[in-house]
Design a binder for this molecule. Structure first.
Ligand SMILES: CC(C)(COP(=O)(O)OP(=O)(O)OC[C@H]1O[C@@H](n2cnc3c(N)ncnc32)[C@H](O)[C@@H]1OP(=O)(O)O)[C@@H](O)C(=O)NCCC(=O)NCCS
Length: 229
């Protein structure tokens, strides 16, 4: 038993799949029984129905990209920060929505990965003040009015992907305004406004709007890698 694949992409930051989540819990449990490892299944069975759907979907998607990379991995259980535990030398990330789970993975022992998916539709709440720096707000305000909500959501999505790739280095909550992103033609330039003792980091991002979705990826490494300290 697998889940329907809606996107199957080779992106600059790795292989990426998106899968449709089952509607019923019975189907989620059936998928869990046929695809997940026993430890993963045990974890899934302890979750609420709502959480089980997305958690199982994320694991099925991640297992699929790891298989496609030829990577054998043990149970993909959450680490203490909530990210999936990965084999050494593998960088990967998961994102999901109510109906969809996405995973991104690459063979890379030096740079981490983050992925985020959003439904590209207006939100009830305007999150721009929480998500954007003053400079980003100005740039978004200069866009045609109809495009603004989607432009805010795009920056939100890119920052979530960055957060997932950055967290393994910092192990702390990083507020949205501690990072600025400047999307341009499918990639966004990134500026960090972190604590003086943090970083420096190299960050690359990609984004696309496809099939009513925004899909963002991030790749982060230490800029000091290989340098003597
Ligand atoms: C952790 C966070 C990014 C997760 O986002 P979300 O809205 O729950 O939704 P998503 O579906 O996109 O992502 C969930 C997945 O993220 C992954 N994840 C959770 N915590 C993580 C962490 N600390 N590091 C990396 N990945 C993490 C998990 O795989 C999780 O799915 P799973 O529990 O089913 O395995 C978000 O809740 C958060 O705390 N953000 C911090 C603020 C931020 O984004 N700042 C941006 C500036 S850097």
């Amino acid at each position: 038993v697998a889940l329907p694949v809606v996107l199957d992409l080779t992106l600059a930051h790795g292989l990426c799949v998106a899968m449709t989540l089952p509607e019923s819990d019975a189907e989620v449990l059936r998928v869990a029984r046929s695809v997940l490892l026993p430890e993963e299944r045990a974890f899934a069975e302890k979750q609420t129905e709502r959480r089980r759907r997305t958690w199982v979907g994320g694991r099925v998607a991640l297992r699929r990209v790891l298989d496609a990379l030829g990577v054998e991995a043990g149970p993909l259980l959450p680490n203490t920060r909530g990210a999936p535990t990965l084999p050494a030398g593998i960088a990967a990330s998961i994102s999901h929505k109510e109906t969809l789970a996405v995973a991104l993975a690459a063979i890379d022992g030096e740079a981490t990965r983050g992925v985020d998916v959003e439904i590209d539709a207006p939100r009830r709440v305007d999150v721009s003040r929480h998500v954007l720096t003053a400079e980003e707000e100005k740039l978004v305000a200069a866009q045609p009015k109809a495009a603004r909500a989607s432009e805010v959501l795009l920056r939100f999505s890119i920052k979530e992907a960055i957060y997932k790739a950055l967290d393994p280095y910092l192990n702390r909550y990083v507020a949205f305004r501690e990072v600025s992103v400047f999307p341009d033609g499918g990639a966004a330039r990134v500026e960090f406004h972190l604590q003086p003792n943090e970083g420096p980091f190299l960050a690359e991002t990609t984004y696309s709007r496809t099939g009513g979705l925004i899909l963002s990826t991030a790749k982060v490494s230490s800029a000091l890698r290989g340098q003597k300290t």
